[in-house]
Ligand binder design. Structure first.
Ligand code: PLP
Length: 392
């Protein structure tokens, strides 16, 4: 059966070029980069090159890159590390639509006595920057705002936010896990203090990430142990994964224009086609301020899980905007924060493309999804009731 994978914000295929680059570092070049001998030295050299590749993609200096195990660790290290560097400050500012890597940590910190302000978003998923400015107090240690939302792809003006945060004297952390590799980022041209990224979102393997820490930013290590990563993260480096992340960053740089043109054109054709073919279908999030690969659509009066199941039978892999809470399906915190109406929030599907998608993939989705939606609506009491109320 044909497989069409459009769930790239969940995870991506490892690029075969990345895999080839990693292979020698399992069974041949397996030395510890901290070892004094030549065998370890050549591995240290490869890690150094990977650090340079990551730094180049985001316009940073290699010394500002700390390798981690994932985006979640980078987010935790940035927030936790800043709070421990400023013990007199106990306030965090973030948004209601962050990833659980930030929001669940903030909830946990609240139970430990920190105070947290979660900023709301409007119906297009955008923030009010005056509200953000007003939320920062002299006791705010860290402001953590994502670059791009994983569900809707909505992009926040993080460079502008960085200016505000700096004026107010706090540290700004940006979760750029969904943005790195998809849109240009240049840390030399902004004032963001810390930035998280994750390998498996940009065609590197799972289990590797990085935290950018601007030179001069106070930081307390989250992982305490050896002297690795210039004393900023203890633990022997996951060398093959780091090599993979470096190569993936180099390739992302090469493919950036394609992401902005070919991938975006495919996403736009997919979205326009579904919105035209299916009645009562709505776009979630701002149409312009969003990633080129992401489209979150709500199909009213049906359940996203049902759509996913029938799509999966046709070999199409995407995500729904629902989360299982105590055994029942609830719209995600992102859609709830945006105030997406109940009728649409339950039937939302996220399509997230990558450079490995083809025009045929888009054709296939456009052929298969409309009958799936019609079939589910025929079974939906909500759809029927909506028909009756329209007649009455
Ligand atoms: N932040 C965002 C915006 C994400 O989308 C994700 C993963 O989906 C994470 C953080 C967590 O990254 P990881 O899966 O590497 O821990």
């Amino acid at each position: 059966m044909k497989t069409v994978y459009v769930d790239n914000n969940a995870t991506t295929r490892v690029d075969p070029e990345v895999f080839r680059e990693m292979e020698p570092y399992f069974c041949d070049l397996y030395g510890n980069p901290s070892s004094m001998h030549k065998f370890g030295g050549q591995v240290a050299g490869a890690v150094k090159r990977a650090r340079q590749q990551v730094a180049t993609l985001i316009g940073a200096d290699p010394s500002e890159i700390v390798f981690t195990s994932c985006g979640t660790e980078s987010d935790n290290a940035a927030i936790w590390g800043t709070l421990h560097s400023y013990p007199q400050k106990h306030h965090i500012v973030t948004t209601r639509v962050e990833h659980p890597a930030v929001l669940t940590l903030c909830n946990h910190l609240m139970k430990q006595g920190y105070s947290v302000t979660e900023l709301p978003v409007n119906h297009e998923g955008l923030l009010d920057l005056d509200q953000l400015r007003d939320a920062i107090t002299p006791y705010t240690a860290v402001v953590s705002v994502m670059w791009a939302n994983n569900e809707t792809g909505v992009i926040f003006p993080v460079e502008e936010i960085a200016e505000i945060v700096q004026e107010k004297g706090s540290v700004f952390h940006c979760d750029a896990v969904q943005a790195v590799g998809k849109i240009p980022i240049n840390m030399r041209k902004n004032r963001i203090d810390m930035l998280s990224l994750s390998g498996h979102k940009l065609h590197a393997p799972k289990g590797v990430g990085a935290l950018y820490i601007r030179k001069g930013t106070r930081f307390t290590p989250f992982f305490i142990g050896g002297h690795q990563e210039h004393n900023r993260r203890g633990g022997t480096e996951s060398v093959p994964s780091i090599i993979g992340l470096g190569k993936a960053c180099e390739l992302a740089m090469d493919h950036m224009d394609e992401e902005k043109t070919r991938v975006k054109a495919q996403r736009d054709r997919l979205e326009a086609g579904l919105l035209a073919k299916i009645p009562n279908a709505l776009l979630n999030g701002h149409r312009e301020h969003r990633l080129p690969n992401t489209s979150s659509l709500s199909f009213e009066y049906i359940e996203g899980e049902g759509i996913l199941l029938l799509m999966s039978r046709e070999g199409i892999a995407a995500s729904s905007g629902s989360a299982c809470t105590s055994g029942s399906l609830e719209p995600s915190h992102v859609l709830r924060a945006m105030g997406v109406p109940f009728t649409g929030a339950h039937g939302s599907i996220r399509f997230s493309l990558s450079r490995f998608n083809t025009d045929e993939d888009v054709d296939y989705i456009l052929e298969k999804i409309p009958p799936i939606i019609s079939r589910l609506r025929e079974l939906s009491p909500f759809w029927k009731r909506r028909d009756r109320s329209a007649v009455l």
